[in-house]
Design a protein around this ligand. Structure first.
Ligand code: SAM
Length: 261
């Protein structure tokens, strides 16, 4: 199965919004000086840059070539030496047991083959190493937006609705995934807020920049179906708005730590 290319749109905008989550994940992983950290689905390098800033030896892996190029530029600008490699979660270009820490900030959750991705993260993790990942908790306004957009895209393409997404936010599901590889799971909950001048300004910026939205519009617009999705999305955002003087919504997510004995 192939995934979509996150090089489309302008992921840089989303990366800025998600930086607080990368900070939480890196803080939780607590890389020591010289430890090898692998950032899976590194995008423009949020977590990789933070880990390298703490003195870790870092490798970032992502399938999106344009995002890797942005990540490399950022590392150079900050005078940090980081290796950024093309690759995906289920086929990491790294040796067995080569990383003390494997991180993934909303990255591995996009892998089409969940079991293969988990096995691969486990393969590169060293004995007594740890995997720290973040995953959205479904149910908030953004997850509703993503669901209606992806359902509209599937309908437009005449594709059957896919299976429900893997519950990356659930302790039991993660234990089932990583337990057989010798890991013990811990889970904590966090939240992150997104702001804008108004619901419609926020929505317009997301539709113009977020790779999933840009890819969805490319399918829906020529078929005249983008407007209906936009109208429904706006209703959801307006109903969820927490700021009477502007726009703010909050998404909940988990940070899971899988520790290998
Ligand atoms: C929401 S972004 C997160 C990027 C980055 N970790 C951050 O915090 O900004 C999702 C990232 O996962 C990457 N991705 C998508 N499918 C993937 C896969 N199968 N394996 C690894 N990464 C993948 C995308 O290219 C994208 O960079």
């Amino acid at each position: 199965m192939t995934s979509m290319d996150w090089s489309v749109g302008r992921y840089e905008h989303t990366a800025t919004q998600l930086l607080p989550a990368a900070e939480v994940v890196v803080e939780r992983a607590a890389p020591a000086m010289g430890e090898h950290v692998v950032d899976v689905g590194c995008g423009t390098g949020n977590a990789a840059l933070l880990a390298a800033g703490r003195g870790a030896r870092v490798t970032g892996v992502d399938p999106a070539q344009r995002l890797l190029a942005v990540a490399r530029e950022q590392a150079t600008a900050r005078n940090l030496e980081i290796t950024f490699l093309p690759g995906e979660a289920a086929a990491l270009p790294l040796a067995d047991a080569s990383a003390e820490i494997v991180l993934s900030v909303f990255g591995v959750i996009f892998a089409p083959d969940v079991k293969a991705a988990a096995a691969e993260l486990a393969r590169v993790t060293a004995p007594r190493g740890r995997i720290v990942l973040s995953a959205w908790i479904p149910g908030g306004p953004i997850s509703q937006l993503n669901r209606i957009a992806s359902e509209a895209v599937m309908r437009a393409l005449g594709a059957p609705a896919g299976p429900p997404p893997f519950p990356w936010h659930e302790h039991e599901a993660l234990s089932g995934l990583f337990g057989p590889h010798g890991f013990t799971l811990g889970l904590e909950e966090h939240q992150i807020s997104f702001t804008g001048a108004s619901a419609s300004e926020y929505l317009d910026t997301e539709s113009d920049t977020h790779p999933l939205a840009v890819a969805g519009r490319a399918v829906l617009e020529p078929r005249g179906e983008a407007q209906a999705v936009r109208a429904r999305s706006l209703e959801i955002l307006q109903a969820a708005n927490e700021d009477p003087d502007g726009f703010r919504i909050t998404s909940r997510y988990v940070v899971a730590t899988a520790q290998r004995a």
